[in-house]
Design a binder for this molecule. Structure first.
Ligand code: GUN
Length: 294
């Protein structure tokens, strides 16, 4: 038996379509145009690709997109001044500062400066704390995408054994909180965990978010498990080009898992779609409108 492939492209396109419908409705009924500002510091090639994709997809959903590109040697105070200006700008409902920031800039101070109501990355301590407390919050986009992909396979995650491998602020930690909110039983594993294969073996849901190419092997998996691969690793090919692989050994896992996300075409597709969802939600909340239907 081979695993069902969870098609992030199709699921993300469907979600973007629902966002676009809601954006059209709030424009028509409330003259509200949700706006997203993305700040890119420096010229990391991977970040440039992400930022371009955010810009294109934001406009395609009918929202306003504001791109701010700053040189890698921008000062901390100039970057904070831009964030302060975006906080005050009524046309901007979502602010995303692309990470990682170049060396020399204080990431924590920049995140703390973002108005929590506009923090569509869900990284501000207000939002992270609210999520951890089980309160309503803007939640990080990649974990939100992981939950949507999981729910395309399982209508309810209640009582399921989930393992999250990786404990980053952007993915692992918030994903744990979202899974708890879904009533899953969650194990948090990381680089110091003992017997990772044994921990993974018990899991019905496996989330790999470590950034180590093909680290999770097929024979670690419980037969029938749902595998969500957050990894995007570029590895060199013989011809000098690179290919993308996840944190899971895909071909091995296909033979054991019940369902699995491919790389590319899985989680990566969902992140921007969820960013659009967060921007729409933030715009409605800031302007006092009822929650949108997505
Ligand atoms: N870099 C890679 N993923 C992300 C993300 O979701 N948000 C931000 N701000 N930076 C990232």
């Amino acid at each position: 038996m081979t695993a069902k492939i969870i098609d992030g492209k199709i699921i993300a396109a469907e979600l973007r379509g629902r966002v676009a419908d809601e954006v059209a409705r709030v424009k028509r009924e409330h003259q509200l145009v949700p706006g997203l500002a993305v700040v890119l510091v420096g010229n990391d090639p991977a970040s440039e690709v992400y930022v371009r994709s955010k810009h294109t997809q934001t406009q395609a959903a009918g929202m306003a997109s504001f791109e701010h590109k700053l040189p890698a040697d921008v000062s901390q105070s100039d970057l904070l001044a831009l964030v302060a200006r975006l906080n005050r700008d009524p046309a901007v409902h979502g602010i995303l500062v692309q990470l990682p920031l170049p060396k020399g800039l204080n990431t924590e101070a920049v995140i703390n400066a973002i108005d929590p109501a506009k923090d569509v990355d869900g990284l501000h301590p207000n939002n992270a704390g609210r999520l951890a407390g089980g309160f309503e919050a803007l939640s990080p986009c990649t974990p939100l995408g992981c939950i949507i992909l999981t729910k395309s396979v399982h209508a309810s995650l209640e009582g399921m054994n989930a393992i999250v491998i990786g404990r980053s602020n952007l993915v692992g930690r918030p994903l744990v909180q979202l899974l708890l909110n879904e009533n899953a039983t969650v194990t948090i594993a990381h680089s110091r965990s003992r017997d990772l294969p044994g921990l993974v073996k018990r899991a019905d849901l496996v989330y790999a978010a470590v950034g180590k190419p093909e680290m999770v092997r097929g024979d670690w998996l419980k037969p029938g498990a749902t595998v969500i691969d957050v990894g995007i690793n570029r590895i060199p090919k013989d011809d000098g080009k690179t290919r993308l692989v996840g944190d899971v050994a895909y071909q091995e896992a296909l033979a054991v898992a019940g369902a699995i996300t491919p790389v590319p075409g899985g989680v990566g597709q969902m992140t921007v779609a969820c960013l659009l969802v967060n921007t729409l939600r933030a715009a409605c909340a800031i302007t006092g409108l009822p929650k949108p239907a997505v």
